[in-house]
Design a protein around this ligand. Structure first.
Ligand code: HEC
Length: 125
């Protein structure tokens, strides 16, 4: 009897891992197409004051994270704009539409991201 339960548990776990994996892939492809040129204009009109002209990050009362080539999924990125987790100002639908957020997201993907540590000059000596 115990063996049956173990087998059932293992199968259920494998199934949930698989569906979780597939859901992850579906989300990754769920980025709406954005206009990077318009995103650049929007970014340089709003976000750059805290996050830096090249998305390199900056400071407000605390650190404003690096946004260049953000690995955040689009849904999470949008959620941070709609309901920021801490001190960042919120951007409602009236101020920035979903399409405009997609444009900013597309622009951020065109920026060079942070250098991998192994490529930093200070670690090469
Ligand atoms: C007044 C300063 C300020 C402005 C303007 C601002 N941010 Fe932020 N942002 C922050 C701070 C500070 C955080 C850290 C989390 C928090 O306070 O909510 C943050 C966090 C984020 C994060 C989460 C990044 C991560 O890796 O966790 C994203 C995405 C983001 N901002 C996007 C934007 C975009 C896009 C704009 C422009 C539409 C923008 N921010 C404008 C200060 C700012």
């Amino acid at each position: 009897m115990r063996k049956v339960f173990n087998l059932f548990g293992a199968t259920a776990m494998a199934a949930s891992l698989c569906s979780g994996g597939l859901a992850g892939v579906a989300r990754a492809q769920d980025v709406p197409p954005g206009d990077a040129a318009n995103g650049k204009r929007l970014y340089l009109a709003t976000c750059f004051v805290c996050h830096g002209r090249s998305g390199q990050g900056g400071a407000m009362n605390g650190p404003a994270p690096i946004l260049a080539k953000t690995a955040m999924p689009f849904d999470g990125f949008k959620a941070q704009l709609r309901q920021p987790i801490n001190e960042m100002p919120a951007y409602s639908e009236a101020v920035m539409s979903d399409q405009q957020i997609a444009d900013v997201y597309a622009f951020l993907q065109t920026l060079p991201g942070p250098l991998p540590t192994k490529d930093m000059a200070i670690f090469k000596d």
